[in-house]
Design a protein around this ligand. Sequence first.
Ligand code: SF4
Length: 359
Amino acid sequence: MHLDCQKFDSSTLKKWFLSEKRDLPWRETRDPYAIWVSEIMLQQTQVSVVIPYFERWMQAFPTIESLALSSLDKVIKMWEGLGYYSRARNLHEGAKFVLLEFDGKLPDSEFELQKIKGIGPYTVGAIMSFAFHKRKAAVDGNVIRVLARLFYVQDDIAKPKTVQTIREIAEAILPEDESWIVTEALIELGATVCTKKPKCMSCPLKASCKAFLRGEADVLPFKSTKITIESLFRNVAVVIAENRLLVRRCKADEIMSDLYEFPFIEAKSLTDDQTLELSQFLKLPLIKIRDLGEVNHSFTRFRVKLNAALFTAEKRKQVKDYEWLSMDELEQCAFSSGHRRLFHQVKILILDKFVIDLV
Ligand code: SF4
């Protein structure tokens, strides 16, 4: 292993990266805070999706202090649509902690960075390397894939021991000079060339890649656990009365915590008319205006089909756990993604004056 690491051709990788790297806004800065934000956004999310969010975020919260002093509602609103909202909550919590403990500046110490909420080993590595130019690897899923193939690691990457082995390889192959370029180059290679279906013929490291030389590039790495995808069906009532819509802010212990959703009931499959069941569920007699059709969205391991209809109610009665909000108020709320699309549909209907006489 150590012999292989010593032979690693970091200069070829570095040259390739410097000529092929994508221009990304967070690569134009060494601001540790901007790098922290970008790395958190990039977890589970594609680069092209992250770019506009990152730019908007840095305008809204240009410093750790401005983020720390913002309301959680504003933070969640800025994150709306990116998913995995615990990332936004942790950034907010982390910023408050950094303001209090480190005078608003991210520390250049692994030990201190680990104390900040939401900053795990990968993000520590990224901040130490890209912002502070320390000799530190940042091992994410991309880097695990690249190194498992390059060094022919056949063990199960679902096991912490295998990940630890790969982390050790990653640290060992970094050069003394400009190590941060190689750290980033490994990530870039995994994101653009050594992808799930590797493009080995375009790879700068193919001459020394063990998996490629054995013809096994596309079978590595081995991962034993597969996430089981679960399907959910939900019948949704978008209820409008006296120009206000009925919504609920999800509680802190729910997956969609702090996001707004319209009332819904779970179903075994999508059914045509749920007026009676939804009326009983809300203890509010509903009158159906029209179907809103089917909206698909997904979160974590769930694929959700929303079957929605627009209703009105004779009276704007109090419904436990729900509130009636105006369109202006709803514009300021962060919705979960499927419910955000339903809200847009209703807005268009209202603008088209389709429902105005009915409510
Ligand atoms: S040769 Fe293929 S498998 Fe090996 S590092 Fe390059 S892209 Fe990945």
